[in-house]
Design a binder for this molecule. Structure first.
Ligand code: AHR
Length: 656
């Protein structure tokens, strides 16, 4: 730990049972308020920033099916001086219709000739791990071998294997490779060895070590980060990706289940969204599809919250609409998804789920209708979905949209309409400067307690400005979010769900910053914002306890020098106090637990802080800003505690 930080933490651990301080935190432990939704703090996943392909989906080969518009993108012709041969992308007699292109490699046999793949902005291999190669191969002329070789970035051969004896029909071939070194920028070479020609398709390389070691599965280190958050729900698949820039390119869940080679590739809308961050190699293979999504939710104990297209393409793009009288197939997709998730195994879609290996239901309880839509066009479409879904599935809570801003005209238009329609849960989005979050912690204090509930479905403090490439995941933003979350928690009778967005970012291929978790081909780290989310989710509590703050300062802009919320964890018999001190001065407080006769003499304090507001984490210093736990010695339910400057603290106080 850096010495500066240690001093700061020590200042935070001074505890006295003495007379009152200027600031008092009174927890009304005897007046419990709202029950907190067990799913309250969750995750928003979208395939942005190479979040799925090149991220969570552990496939290492980019453009494995040669289906990108430039069919050799990601591939390089390898032609050592002696090698003579030819390569061509073809689509006659393909291996399957969904992915019609394949590569023909023809060699004159003078030396191995073929292609190499660069991976998703880095092909990461680890020494000591095994990698499964597979491909569809068809022998065309002669009987050459296929030589598979892994090379490190410096040209060192890491492992090689030869495959022989191909039939004249397509056949899946497999091999296992063991790289002798770790390399973040390795390459996979596929070479024809000997005179002749072969066709290849669906060229794949997967680590055997995936999450739960599922073949063709998810990156274990990335899922672990999600599991460590103990999320209440997992929203999927977005985000604008739900909508598509035009309807033809919308996300259609039915195209994402079944054999991966039959999942048709789609250009990712983030491929071309930002001219300042173009990613021409960004496509959706749907290897992480809806079955894998439900399975992931189950694995990490998160409730599924799928968001479906409601007949509207992204209103920031074409805003294309499906006419109201043609919404039938869209609504049917929603009904079928519910059946896929929950239906009995003798139902059409329940049977498909069972055939994929999950006869039991996935317990879907919530469904989003549209992502970030707005205007009457949305209300009309939501109403049609709601009429059918509520009649057939009253047990499913519907999430509706309030547009992209937390307070503009679109937002103000949506709320009364959705209230009129008796919407269950309204999804609010907010990307704003840290000060907005600090000044809006009382936003929900005055919301109608009898109307729809709120899903704070996308939010993140932006250190510079929304979609600025200079935005940083720093402590400043993390503390602003933590302060705002105390406001969400205090209002858990209105706010039932909340998730930060976006979730993942590949450091070599991102379009949007800030993001909760950053990865490269081998590493992953959580930002200070990640630790805020984790601390809230892991210290949720069952019921809200009212907190009265006195003696704090509030600026004319509504920014306080201290924020707090409290909950009670019934099973642990603990009061959980969360306090954010965003300012530059430590604040001594008197904490009074009203209605509590006695507490255990040790209080667990978890503190997130650092030497300054601009501090963040990186691949080199992944825990520069990370929670630190200490035990505080206390003497009864009236204590003083100093909250260090620039800090977020969680105190767990065990009552007697
Ligand atoms: O989180 C990034 C994007 O922000 C989402 O795709 C969209 O819903 C919002 O505009």
């Amino acid at each position: 730990m850096n010495p500066k930080l240690q001093t700061v933490l020590l200042a935070g651990t001074l505890v006295f049972a003495t007379a009152a301080s200027a600031v008092t935190i009174e927890i009304q432990s005897d007046q419990p308020g709202a029950k907190i939704n067990p799913a309250m703090w969750g995750i928003f996943f979208e395939d942005i920033n190479f979040g799925a392909d090149g991220g969570l989906y552990a496939e290492l080969v980019k453009n494995r099916g040669f289906e990108f518009p430039d069919p050799l993108m990601g591939w390089t012709k390898i032609s050592p001086s002696l090698a003579k041969g030819d390569l061509s992308v073809r689509d006659d007699a393909p291996f399957n219709a969904a992915n019609p292109h394949y590569l023909r490699l023809q060699s004159e046999g003078t030396a191995p000739f073929g292609v190499s793949n660069e991976g998703f902005r880095g092909l990461g291999l680890r020494q000591g791990e095994a990698y499964d190669f597979s491909a569809q191969v068809r022998g065309v002329v002669g009987s050459p071998a296929l030589s598979l070789q892994l090379y490190g970035a410096d040209g060192t051969l890491l492992d090689a294997v030869q495959l022989k004896g191909f039939s004249s029909g397509w056949k899946k071939v497999t091999a296992t490779l063991h790289p002798k070194d770790t390399d973040a920028n390795a390459r996979l070479c596929v070479l024809v060895d000997g005179k002749g020609a072969v066709d290849i398709d669906m060229v794949s390389l997967f680590p055997q070590h995936t999450w739960k070691n599922r073949p063709g599965g998810l990156r274990a280190d990335m899922v672990q980060m999600l599991a460590d958050m103990k999320p209440g729900f997992l929203r999927f698949p977005g985000g604008c990706i739900v909508e598509g820039s035009v309807l033809e390119r919308r996300y259609q869940w039915k195209n994402t289940i079944g054999p991966v080679e039959e999942r048709k590739l789609l250009i990712n809308r983030w491929n071309y969204e930002f001219l300042h961050r173009p990613t021409p190699d960004y496509f959706q293979s749907f290897g992480l599809g809806f079955f894998e999504y439900f399975q992931l939710c189950e694995d990490i104990g998160a409730q599924p919250l799928p968001i479906l297209n409601c007949g509207m393409a992204c209103q920031f793009n074409s805003g294309e609409l499906c006419p109201l009288d043609q919404l039938g197939p869209y609504i049917q997709d929603a009904l079928d998804l519910i059946e896929f998730a929950n239906g009995p195994t003798n139902s059409t879609w329940g049977a498909k789920r069972a055939a994929l290996g999950h006869p039991g239901p996935f317990n879907l309880k919530m469904l989003g209708v549209g992502n970030e839509q707005w205007g009457q066009q949305y209300i009309d479409r939501y109403a049609r979905f709601a009429t059918v879904l509520k009649e057939k599935h009253p047990e499913i809570q519907l999430v509706s949209a309030a547009g992209p801003s937390p307070d503009d005209e679109r937002f103000k238009f949506a709320w009364p309409k959705l209230r009129e329609l008796n919407a269950d849960i309204v999804d609010e989005h907010c990307y704003a400067k840290p000060d907005w979050f600090l000044a809006n912690t009382h936003r929900y204090d005055h919301y109608d307690r009898n109307g729809p509930k709120v899903f704070m479905g996308e939010y993140a403090a932006q250190s510079v400005a929304i979609v600025s490439t200079k935005n940083k995941n720093n402590l400043d933003c993390a503390l602003a979010e933590a302060a705002y979350m105390t406001g969400l928690e205090r209002n858990a009778d209105v706010v039932c769900l909340a998730s930060y967005a976006p979730l993942f970012s590949n450091a070599e291929a991102w379009q949007w910053t800030p993001d909760l978790i950053w990865v490269d081909s081998l590493h992953v780290y959580g930002t200070p914002n990640y630790y805020v989310q984790q601390l809230f989710a892991r210290n949720r509590g069952d019921v809200v306890l009212p907190v009265k703050l006195s003696g704090i300062e509030t600026s004319t802009a509504g920014v306080q020098n201290l924020y707090a919320s409290a909950t009670r964890d019934d099973q642990a018999g603990e009061i959980i106090l969360k306090v954010v001190n965003p300012g530059a001065a430590a604040i001594e407080t008197q904490i009074n637990l009203e209605g509590i006769a006695d507490i255990e003499p040790k209080v667990k304090a978890t503190v997130l802080t650092s030497a300054g507001l601009n501090e963040g984490n990186s691949f080199h210093a992944p825990r520069n800003v990370a929670p630190v736990e200490t035990d505080l010695n206390v003497d009864g339910p009236h204590l003083t505690h100093t909250f260090t400057q620039h800090s977020f603290t969680v105190l767990r106080i065990k009552t007697r």
